[in-house]
Design a protein around this ligand. Structure first.
Ligand code: SF4
Length: 363
């Protein structure tokens, strides 16, 4: 296993600072009941409270709980439900992009997407990101802090409430690197899949990573049947070093080895994200190099999602045309690599990930 860079905390050593008061939304049903019991209330109050929280309700709206009990909860616990600060709705396909405010004034983005197979929410896991990918708006101001598991869960509860629709899938592809906030990510995965809670099946959840190799090894041991989605974006170390500084610590060979390990441990097909950037990684020679590298490095099923870059004016990168994406995709398929071009949802509200937050910070 590759050595962890000393700038990253080890698994189980989350550096997130949680308030000293118990974090209500971060509790399972059993923990909520135990907490309520400690306050001298009957267990069924815990069940009621838990049900309300999963629906994104405020204390004021929990009308079947006695007022005195709600006041006590307010005084003796923290309820980390995000607040909708801004909302953009696509007229084309109903995709909704949210700017969510956290209780300390931090903000992140979440997206509600409609697919034929059901609704999916893309959540953020950190306020900002410290991974420094050269094409990404989320990292331009670095990372302010990690989100707690409850703040990640809260984005889905609030969106479920706002839309009035069931959320059946989650992608952890918003602001932040999930494996850089490892403990909260794993805790969130347990919470969101609770049968009595949001009950979103782990098989309907994708966790993305820019390639924190030791954390991929840790995740493989968790026994969670999620999809691991690896942001590759280049097949050459020199190019990837330039686009994704994490590659200098964990180069492509070590990353592919970790992906193979992940498959061997979990039996889950790894998916690779490859953002096409004009003049950087989009030539047919790049497609050939990618096919070679994957064939050499991965001996199990995998899939490549090709994404046309969402331009961010600060980065100076642009997307190639759709024709180039089709040629790239066809080339991979011809070489036996399963590939698709990701359908763009919400093109009319298409600020790239992190841009809403950046605008909010700068306004
Ligand atoms: S692409 Fe992901 S990991 Fe890279 S800087 Fe942006 S949010 Fe962070």
């Amino acid at each position: 296993m590759a050595q962890m860079d000393s700038t990253f905390a080890k698994c189980g050593e989350s550096e997130v600072s949680v308030t000293e008061k118990p974090d209500l939304l971060g509790m399972t049903l059993a923990e909520t009941k135990a907490f309520v019991k400690n306050l001298g209330e009957a267990a069924f109050r815990g069940q009621q409270l838990y049900g309300w929280m999963q629906k994104g309700a405020s204390f004021d709206e929990m009308t079947n709980l006695p007022l005195a009990f709600r006041k006590r909860l307010e005084a003796e616990s923290t309820y980390r439900l995000p607040r909708i600060l801004q909302k953009q709705v696509s007229k084309m396909d109903g995709t909704i992009k949210y700017l969510m405010g956290m209780i300390d004034g931090e903000c992140v983005e979440s997206v509600f997407m409609r697919y034929a197979h059901g609704n999916t929410v893309c959540v953020s896991c950190q306020a900002g990101c410290r991974m420094g990918c050269a094409f990404c708006a989320s990292t331009l101001r670095g990372r302010s802090r990690d989100l707690t598991a409850s703040e990640i869960l809260g984005q889905i509860a609030v969106i479920g409430r706002d839309t009035g629709e069931r959320v059946g899938g989650v992608v952890m592809m918003g602001i932040g690197e999930p494996l850089d906030n490892y403990d909260n990510t794993v805790r969130f995965l347990h919470l969101v899949s609770e049968k009595d809670g949001l009950n979103i099946g782990l098989r309907h959840i994708s966790v993305s990573t820019c390639g924190l190799v030791p954390r991929i090894h840790c995740l493989a041991e968790e026994g969670l049947p999620i999809t691991l989605s690896v942001s590759l974006h280049a097949s050459d170390d020199a190019v990837r070093d330039r686009l994704m500084p994490v590659n200098k610590t964990y180069p492509i060979d070590s990353l592919l080895e970790a992906c193979q390990y992940y498959f061997d441990k979990t039996g889950r097909r790894v998916s690779f994200e490859y953002t096409l950037i004009a003049g950087e990684n989009d030539s047919l020679a790049d497609a050939a190099a990618l096919a070679n590298r994957l064939r050499r490095g991965i001996h199990s099923p995998c899939h490549v999602n090709l994404i046309l870059l969402n331009s961010v004016k600060e980065t100076g990168f642009s997307a190639p045309g759709r024709e180039r994406a089709k040629e790239f995709c066809a080339y991979l398929e011809k070489r036996g690599i399963s590939a698709t071009i990701r359908r763009k949802l919400g093109s009319d509200i298409d600020a790239s990930c992190g841009q809403l937050r950046l605008n909010h910070i700068e306004s």
